[in-house]
Design a protein around this ligand. Sequence first.
Ligand SMILES: Cc1cc2nc3c(=O)[nH]c(=O)nc-3n(C[C@H](O)[C@H](O)[C@H](O)COP(=O)(O)O)c2cc1C
Length: 338
Amino acid sequence: MEFYKNIIRPLLFKLPAETAHTFATSAFRNASIWKLWNTINHVTDERLKLSIAGINLNNPIGLAAGFDKDCLFISGIRSLGFGYIVGGTVTLNPRPGNKHPRLFRNTKDKALVNALGFPNVGAKEVARNIQRNPSNPSIISISGLTVGEFVECAKLIDPLVEGLELNISSPNTAGLRIFHKIASFRDLIQNINQTRKKPLFIKLPPYYDSESQHLCFQIIKTSLEEGVDGFSVANTIPVKDTRLGVGSGGVSGKPLFETMVRMVQEIRREIGQKLVINGCGGIFTGDDAIKTFLAGADTVQLYTGLVYEGPSIPSKINQGLLDYLNEQGLEKISLIKE
Ligand SMILES: Cc1cc2nc3c(=O)[nH]c(=O)nc-3n(C[C@H](O)[C@H](O)[C@H](O)COP(=O)(O)O)c2cc1C
């Protein structure tokens, strides 16, 4: 929708990035407006439907974690045409997040740099928000600084949603790296597996050198040994940025795309076809999604693309996928990766 790029985006981009985000998300408060929008813009087709770990989706485009941290707008945002929403990241107790400023745009690169540090109202309040405003399928991202915090958070959220995504990979939360020690990560998964009834996805840290690659594959190996349903590939890439209140954060958007596709390919090779891969990082177009599926992903997730491309992004990507299915004579979306 050029209206977004020509009118709305320039106005939003005049505001500080976090203010613009708060302003933009409040537009989703009234879900009925977006349901109407959906009837006009939504691209639906049986061939886009798929199931991941038993969760039925109308299409393979997910909103990535972090956009709706308190799960206030899930229903409105889903009406943009997303197949699913990842709400959160939610922690057991409320958190104010890191020192401001903590979100910037790198407009030339079509990127964002954030160091939010999980600001959220805490699992009890989020559970109330989900009950007030249910919209399935939703997967909720949870985190914590101890195994106990993760488990208590999972107990509150798991009964209300269709899946859980464990966030052990945010570069912005001091203390989270404890779960990059494999013994702690194993302990975490074992405890979550005893608690949960819903499918479990692990949000992986990105790799960009041999050390980070080794860590990522150790997390994958441990996850396979303990039992998970899939991986979301991946979180933001850590960077130093003196504009941020805490001096460093994570980059998202276009600069991640090539790295993410390579990761999806290598992880698919490693894990075989059984588990789900959600490719996440720099998805802006139907072509980006197709490249990610060809690399082995089952679904894609996006955040930064929504900020730069606007509310029609899920419909445009879904239309791109349908055009591709027609061109290739494929009967369903899951056949792209085969
Ligand atoms: C402002 C912002 C906040 C984010 N918050 C979270 C979060 O709370 N939990 C999480 O797992 N990922 C979070 N992410 C990472 C995204 O879910 C995603 O992994 C990353 O941005 C790459 O996708 P993209 O290039 O489509 O944005 C955040 C990203 C941004 C830009």
